[in-house]
Write a protein that binds this ligand. Sequence first.
Ligand code: GLN
Length: 205
Amino acid sequence: TPVVGVLALQGDVREHSIALAEADALARPVRRPEELAEVDALVIPGGESTTMAKLAAAFDLLVPLRERVAGGMPVYGSCAGMIMLADRLLDGRPDQQTIGGLDVTVRRNAFGRQVDSFEAELDFAELDGGPVRAVFIRAPWVESVGESVEVLATVASGPAEGRAVAVRQGNLLATSFHPELTGDHRVHRMFVEMVRARLGQPAAR
Ligand code: GLN
């Protein structure tokens, strides 16, 4: 069974841990470099990316996180976690650091105050079973992607129509929204399958 850490500095750690358990992974909180060294993969939860980045630096995790990403560890970032994985940020704090690794430009708080939080149905590439109900909370979107990045879902209608909100590049997966809040664990299952593939384990189903 894959051991998947949840970066537990700040944010909705508990909800991701539950979703991972329901997707047949062993979830472990990660706060220290020693804990990071023991996991097969990592989820970076939603929360507040500037705070998370400061805590990651203060806990001496930023460099080890970059090393694990460079070494091919699968990482799934949701919302603030997507921001943490981005190589480039728009509307970040002037000194805001990220882990990076994902060749995308992400715009923080992209949907603006009028639609701070909302839900939408998304067609999500490679997920069977119909559209994903996506919860967006002061969410970022992906403004542009590098060549090796696949866009898995875009906003279907409204002022943000066509904006990318789920992407994958190699072992990195990121969503603007929060699948850990809806009880639909298909995105977590997809990630756990990425982890199994990385470990050379057969798919669950
Ligand atoms: N707006 C937050 C940030 O900039 C992200 C919001 C979230 O994770 N729900 O980090």
